[in-house]
Ligand binder design. Structure first.
Ligand code: NAD
Ligand code: USQ
Length: 483
């Protein structure tokens, strides 16, 4: 049972690379961040509670924020009591990056499905917003309030560990304390434009992502050898080759001999490259140490609502629409809602795999429920449909017309270096074979994403819509993004 140990203890988020300045320490209840000459931000941490029987170091443990009297009063809702997962012993899932877009929705989904869930997050994503003057379209509560609200509605506890997975000491303590049977690793810097702002963000992205993942691999080897790693990779690792994209591996006949080899990787940003490096490191440790891992090469995610985040406004997920963290379809819906022309980069023939956020959570659940074998490095392509940017623009234009919105499209000079007209046919059958029931991009689904955009359109800062990061102009000098 969790118990209150302090309302003002000291936690430190360790500083690494240029990104984390000396000020990036949490002292008492106040946190300050300063980096790249941009804004300084702060937030409060309240009511630190830990799991007494498991925790070993006070500084790593930071769990629910419910007042204890309120915790005792809450009961599981009827919605949650009839859902359980297989197996006599509860599976313990550590969700790294559980305060983010995919991670938050997944944490709630798995908690509702009766998994024991812990979120590990250093909250750096919220700091990027403050540094760059960005904000989610949807208002999002603090992680503490999110978890408290979840507990009050469902009676279910989500443990919380605030810290950086690049700090191995911190990560070790979370492993020893929570003893995960699965780790879902979402906790990376995930924006391609962010990684292309300047040298320091490129270095930060690769350091954060590659070192964080290596640490997770070492933690599994050291503390939890049976633990299944479910790692979020990206379809962008493959690039846009002029042949079909397979799921992870391709069989090649060469000079009379044949072998099944990792599919060639041609990533097109320092972010996407960090995922390639992760995949190589994971594959190596599966062979060398017998780690069991699933690499989910996810396409672009869209939407914001899941059954669980819909339960209360304090459970709302984030929805990025800006030129750095916003992704194509989500951006187009917001642009339509505020009367901004849809920003098609270049010729608009760029084709990618897409999926609804409700399918992200489903895919992760399927991967956990059907784990890789010890020593296996399994790769699933995680998307449900392919679209070109022009096709997305046409779909949003049609959906806008139904709502009485006259949607226009402009061709913006492409800030990226990428093929604008190309062949694209990526396989994605392995998750379907495991039972994925996709939510395809129907008119009604697009209406619902557009409706969310319309509902919150007064929160949109239209200055953040146009792209501000150029792949070709990246330089050494720290660049401050104009607010
Ligand atoms: P997000 O930025 O919303 O969430 C990432 C979370 O990880 C944030 O809460 C952040 O604070 C945390 N984090 C980052 N570095 C950390 C560290 N060193 N230690 C602890 N926590 C850390 O991103 P998202 O959109 O939820 O993406 C999650 C994962 O899925 C990423 O790995 C991303 O590459 C992958 N992915 C996302 C998409 C998409 O369309 N959003 C598509 C394909 C793959
Ligand atoms: N694009 C436009 N206009 C826009 C925004 C994007 O034309 O306003 C184009 C881009 O040039 C690109 C495509 O749309 O060709 C997709 O861009 P995106 O910003 O939606 O997605 P991307 O940068 O690839 O990254 C996102 C997530 C990342 C994830 C990746 C999956 O941020 O974490 O890894 O999707 S994938 O694209 O399959 O690699």
């Amino acid at each position: 049972m969790a118990h209150l140990i302090s309302t003002s203890c000291s936690i430190s988020i360790p500083s690494r690379s240029n990104f984390c300045s000396k000020e990036q320490n949490i002292v008492g209840t106040k946190v300050s961040f300063a980096s790249f000459g941009s804004q300084v931000s702060s937030f409060s941490l309240k009511k630190l509670i830990h799991r007494g029987e498991r925790s070993q170091r006070v500084c790593t443990i930071h769990a629910t924020t419910l007042p204890l009297t309120e915790e005792a009063k809450t009961q599981p809702s009827s919605a949650s009591t009839n859902i359980s997962h297989e197996g006599s012993k509860k599976k313990r899932v550590m969700i790294i990056g559980g305060d983010g877009y995919c991670g938050w929705a997944t944490a709630l989904h798995l908690s509702k499905k009766n998994y024991e869930v812990a979120i590990v997050d250093n909250l750096v994503r919220r700091n990027f917003d403050q540094q760059l003057g960005l904000d989610s379209l949807t208002p999002i509560s603090s992680i503490h309030n999110r978890i408290r609200r979840w507990k009050s509605i469902t009676g279910k506890t989500i443990d919380l560990y605030i810290g950086d997975v690049c700090d191995f000491e911190f990560l070790s303590e979370t492993f020893k304390s929570f003893e995960p049977t699965s780790v879902v690793h979402f906790g990376e810097q995930r924006s391609a434009p962010y990684s292309m702002i300047d040298r320091s963000r490129a270095v930060y992205t690769q350091h954060n992502n590659v070192i964080g993942t290596i640490n997770v691999l070492f933690a599994i080897k050291e503390y939890s050898e049976e633990c299944h790693l479910v790692k979020l990779g990206t379809m962008g690792e493959y690039g846009t080759p002029n042949i079909d994209i397979e799921e992870g591996y391709i069989t090649i006949n060469h000079n009379g001999r044949s072998d099944t080899l990792p599919y060639p990787k041609q990533a097109s940003s320092f972010y996407h490259l960090s995922k390639v490096h992760d995949s190589n490191n994971i594959a190596f440790t599966c062979k060398a140490w017998g780690i069991r891992a699933t690499d989910l090469n996810q396409g672009v995610v869209y939407g914001v609502r899941t059954d669980e985040t819909d339960m209360h406004e304090e459970l709302y997920n984030r929805f990025d629409y800006d030129g750095i963290f916003g992704t194509a379809l989500n951006r187009f819906c917001v642009q339509a809602a505020v009367g901004h022309p849809l920003t098609v980069y270049g010729k608009g023939g760029q084709t990618r795999g897409y999926l609804d956020i409700r399918d992200t959570v489903q895919c992760v659940e399927l991967a956990i429920a059907n784990p890789a074998q010890q020593g296996e490095f399994r790769v699933f392509n995680q998307f449900t449909e392919q679209f070109s940017v022009n096709e997305l623009a046409a779909l949003v234009t049609k959906a806008g017309a139904k709502l009485g919105i006259d949607v226009k499209t402009i061709s913006v000079p492409n800030p990226r270096v990428e093929a604008e007209e190309h062949y694209y046919n990526a396989k994605h059958s392995k998750l379907t074979e495991l039972g994925l029931k996709p939510h395809l991009l129907s008119d009604s689904l697009l209406d619902s994403v557009l409706n969310i955009a319309v509902k919150f359109k007064d929160r949109v800062d239209t200055k953040q819509i146009m792209p501000s990061v150029s792949w070709k102009k990246i330089g050494v000098k720290p660049k401050t993004i104009a607010a």
